[in-house]
Design a protein around this ligand. Structure first.
Ligand SMILES: [Fe+2]
Length: 154
């Protein structure tokens, strides 16, 4: 069966460190879907049934946070011109995600296919937004490589 989130194609941006983290995020979302499918019919009132979902949501939040921190470090390293906007987009995704996790924990929010699809859309949008960043990093690194080659030549 096809995965819910199939990472590949245009989502592969060409910078291994970023791609690998994106691939892992897609994997965690797929895990969240399969946990959802195995707990969906169990009563929400029984907290034990919700534990795997809560753990997986926390894992997704933690992975996202780490991924964003690492991208922000990368942006600073290459003086990315759109740093402010991109970092703001990260903050907004994290705030929304945190808000959602809290509502879920307080039983004010269910986890359903609609939520999972929204999470997937956020992730895809984020990954596509990273294309410009990755292109910038690659061009800076290529220019640096060319410079050190010519410096070292002769
Ligand atoms: Fe990213």
């Amino acid at each position: 069966m096809d995965s819910f989130f199939q990472w590949g194609g245009e989502l592969v941006l060409g910078l291994e460190e970023v791609d690998e983290q994106h691939r892992q995020l897609a994997e965690v979302l797929n895990r969240l879907l399969s946990i959802y499918q195995s707990t969906a019919r169990k009563p929400r009132s029984d907290n034990a049934n919700q534990e795997p979902l809560t753990d997986c949501l926390n894992l997704l939040y933690g992975d996202l946070e780490r991924h964003f921190r690492s991208e922000e470090k990368l942006m600073r390293e290459v003086d990315y011109p759109d740093y402010q906007n991109h970092a703001l987009a990260h903050l907004m995704i994290l705030a929304e995600m945190k808000n959602y996790c809290n509502r879920f924990l307080n039983h004010d929010e269910e986890l359903d296919l609609g939520t999972l699809n929204s999470l997937k859309t956020w992730l895809i949008t984020h990954m596509l937004d990273d294309k410009a960043l990755v292109d910038h990093v690659l061009s800076v690194r290529n220019a640096d490589g060319a410079k050190s080659n010519s410096d070292g030549g002769n």
